[in-house]
Design a protein around this ligand. Structure first.
Ligand SMILES: [Zn+2]
Ligand SMILES: [Zn+2]
Length: 327
């Protein structure tokens, strides 16, 4: 399908700046009419042959420049449940990159030229979003150490505690990118996304952008979601025991129960710069403006999705033993 302007016949695209469908030719707002029924071989506007890759769901006709959304790639099993529409338009994305790299000591000539930056394309990356209800139980022993000095003597008091944790953690929409072409680590670094403006899927948001369908089924990618849930459960458990100087585990158990799954499209601006026969791809989160580059990566663990903890933390103040040492 393509979105055509009823006033001038131009190609209407979704404008992140205006938050509306926009005709760049006559500046009409919401003047679009959907022309459905595009075949996958020809541009619905000019009839020129269109070659689309295996996973492409939206693209641009090389002949007339119209943006095409391929009906069959957003229907049936490929129909997304949710979409995060672009919040950042191309001009803004260019500005962000310029600002980011002006600070750097070395950027090759041409890297920030408008001609190069204009090649930047916005693309909707497929994601699976997994929901889990987790239960994490822990049983162990913790110590708290207190030292003080009186006169020439230093005293140390070590208190022992029996620690019991029973945490119910509600993981809401753990994102895992479902595109083989997109580097997993880089997509993880694009987090966090703001889920408050996550919307029910609408095809109009794709006009003006590239798009991909999921490349792999949700079951195959689930281990990555579980890994994230596990790591974050571990972090939450640790945090709940941060008051102790040392911890000994007697027993712990994590149960993960999947209670939801959605297929979503997330916005990413992609800018690939070629320099000395090497490609340097840069990615900008199309919602938040966060920039991730291919080269120096600092892998920082971020909890981007909602993790709500209902923690019942019983620290049994059964003081097992008290030692008063005189040094
Ligand atoms: Zn128009
Ligand atoms: Zn065309």
């Amino acid at each position: 399908m393509i979105f055509k302007c009823q006033n001038c016949g131009g190609n209407v695209v979704y404008s992140p700046e205006k938050g509306a469908m926009y005709c760049p030719h006559c500046e009409g707002i919401d003047s679009h009419q959907k022309m459905e029924g595009s075949s996958e071989e020809a541009c619905p506007n000019c009839g020129a042959p269109v070659e689309i890759g295996q996973f492409v769901s939206a693209s641009k006709c090389e002949h007339c420049g119209n943006y095409i959304v391929f009906d069959k790639r957003i229907e049936g099993m490929y129909e997304p449940n949710l979409i995060l529409p672009f919040k950042i338009g191309k001009e803004k994305a260019k500005e962000i990159l310029k600002k980011e790299f002006k600070k750097k000591a070395f950027t090759p000539a041409g890297f920030l030229s408008d001609a190069a930056l204009d090649k930047m394309e916005g693309t909707y990356v497929p994601f699976w979003l997994y929901d889990y209800m987790a239960n994490y139980t822990f049983d162990g022993e913790g110590t708290k150490v207190r030292t003080w000095r009186r006169g020439n003597t230093e005293y140390t008091e070590t208190s022992f505690y029996h620690i019991v944790r029973d945490m119910d953690i509600d993981f809401d929409k753990i994102p895992v990118d479902a595109s083989v072409g997109m580097d997993d680590q880089i997509m993880d670094l694009m987090e966090p996304y703001d889920y408050t403006i996550l919307e029910k899927f609408q095809d109009k948001y794709m006009s003006g952008f590239m798009g991909e369908v999921f490349n792999e089924p949700s079951g195959k990618l689930e281990p990555r979601a579980k890994e994230k849930a596990k790591n974050d459960s571990e972090a939450l458990l640790k945090e709940s025991m941060s008051a102790y100087s040392s911890i000994r585990t007697h027993h712990k158990n994590l149960d993960l129960n999947k209670n939801g799954l959605s297929y979503a499209l997330f916005p990413v601006w992609v800018y690939t710069y070629s320099y000395h026969n090497e490609k340097y791809p840069f990615y900008i989160n199309g919602q938040t403006g966060k920039v991730v580059g291919k080269t120096p990566l600092s892998v920082q663990k971020l909890m981007g999705y909602g993790a709500t903890v209902f923690a019942a933390c019983f620290t049994m103040l059964t003081l097992l033993k008290m030692v008063l040492e005189v040094l």
